[in-house]
Design a protein around this ligand. Structure first.
Ligand code: NAI
Ligand code: SOE
Length: 393
């Protein structure tokens, strides 16, 4: 059965998905779409219908491995395929805009990788296109929201366990960006938009907004540095310009009054994937670190100084009703990186069917707010000034 090329995405027992991107995120998303009906009871069965990637030689093997029915090297084929209900965009940042807008204009739901775009201008176009495509739903793969420990933190904060939040401190520290790392799209401003900032600060700004439920009102100061100016071009003995930041740090305050610090780096020697956040309120505090992703640390200050202290919660207990726990393994048979994506795929399918996700899903409008914060920090670093978010549209 063929659906309309424009208008309302079909509601049926299947959800036909097309994916653009066959490398890192292509693999993570393929795994999530392939696993989701095995672990979640959902109103629709995901069909891995069409995969798209630039590398024709690898694409056939990729499609066969992950179970995609068809494949193409032209992303335009996905946007125009009437069978598809949802197009999943997992390409470099400069290649989110065109496929996502084409898919929205064809009446499809769109799931797009983070950051929403490399630039604020492109992110705005995506937000506006999503608003115009009234029947389509949009999603952005801020996957860390769906680590059970992070989703639990959100629930505890909503229940008031932290009271009034005063401090948020977030870091995303990696160390793969030294001078020996060859040039790729990730180091080129035209393709990536920015470096560690859009790549890593995007995640922790999203986490901070998600966890607090508050919006950042002002950036007080920021610093951006590029330590490595040129890198080897793969397959040649030449070097090319590496023109994105390697690290960006900034201070901010939330509209509700909390103050925050953010730090993203690709040259933080000693750290591999230290995505970590701590929130301190007048009743308690929470902290999460992705390298121990099943754990949430909670300090309940209402217990008083005699017994209060940091408690380690292994956030995978079915009896404890930890988010997503019942869909996976017995208590503390811990989850990994890929489960965050599968949990998100489940919430996307639910959301398309009109069912509430376990915790809030970011759409293009939401991810645009994160992009405004990123832009404000860049302006702050460039101009050496404080920047109010109301100045960034
Ligand atoms: P990658 O470089 O590993 O893969 C990019 C893919 O895009 C390749 O399969 C390539 O064939 C495809 N591609 C490039 N140009 C194309 C074109 N014109 N037509 C069709 N396909 C094309 O990149 P990676 O790491 O998968 O990143 C992709 C996106 O995912 C980026 O926006 C990145 O920021 C985001 N990302 C998100 C992560 C998360 O935690 N949510 C983790 C890693 C990346
Ligand atoms: C590389 O820095 C990277 O893969 C990012 O692109 C992802 O968004 C992050 O989740 C892990 O690190």
């Amino acid at each position: 059965m063929r659906g309309p090329a424009t208008g309302n995405p079909r509601m049926s027992n299947e959800l036909f998905v097309g994916l653009i991107g066959q490398k890192f995120m292509g693999r993570a998303h393929s795994n999530a779409w392939g696993q989701v009906n095995r672990f979640f009871d959902l109103p629709r069965r995901v069909e891995l219908q069409a995969a798209c990637g630039r590398d024709a030689d690898e694409l056939a093997a990729f499609s066969a491995r992950f179970g995609w029915k068809t494949h193409t090297t032209r992303w335009e084929d996905l946007a125009s395929d009437p069978k598809l209900d949802l197009v999943d965009v997992a390409t470099p940042n400069h290649l989110h805009l065109a496929p996502a807008i084409a898919a929205l204009e064809a009446g499809k739901h769109v799931a797009c990788e983070k950051p929403l775009a490399g630039t604020l201008g492109e992110a705005r176009q995506l937000r506006d296109a999503a608003k115009k495509a009234k029947r389509s739903k949009t999603f952005v793969w801020f996957n860390y929201r769906r680590c059970p420990a992070v989703a639990l933190a959100r629930q505890l904060i909503q229940e008031g366990k932290l009271g009034e939040i005063h401090h948020v401190r977030a870091q995303y520290l990696q160390s793969w960006g030294g001078p020996d790392t060859p040039l790729s799209w990730r180091f080129q401003k035209k393709q990536a938009g920015s470096g560690a900032h859009g790549d890593l600060n995007a995640h922790i700004v999203d986490l901070a907004r998600f966890l607090t439920g508050d919006e950042i009102g002002e950036i007080h100061g920021a610093v951006a540095r590029t330590f490595v100016q040129e890198r080897g071009i793969p397959g040649t003995d030449k070097k090319g310009k590496s023109d994105v930041d390697d690290t960006v740090l900034f201070l901010a305050s939330f509209r509700g009054g909390a103050v925050a610090s953010f730090e993203a780096s690709r040259v933080a020697t000693g750290h591999l994937n230290a995505n970590q956040i701590e929130l301190n309120g007048d009743k308690g505090a929470l902290r999460f670190s992705f390298e121990s992703m099943n754990e949430l640390w909670f300090h309940d200050a209402t217990l008083g100084p005699r017994t209060a202290g940091w408690r380690r919660i292994v956030a995978t207990s079915t009896a404890g009703e930890h988010p997503y726990a019942a869909n996976w393994w017995p208590d503390a048979h811990v989850l990994g990186y890929e489960h965050g994506f599968t949990n998100m795929a489940a919430d996307i399918v639910r959301s398309i069917a009109g069912i509430e996700p376990v915790v809030a899903l970011p759409d293009f409008a939401d991810a645009y707010e994160t992009q405004r914060v990123l832009e404000a920090a860049l302006v702050s670093a460039k101009e050496r000034i404080a920047v109010r978010l109301s100045e960034i549209r």
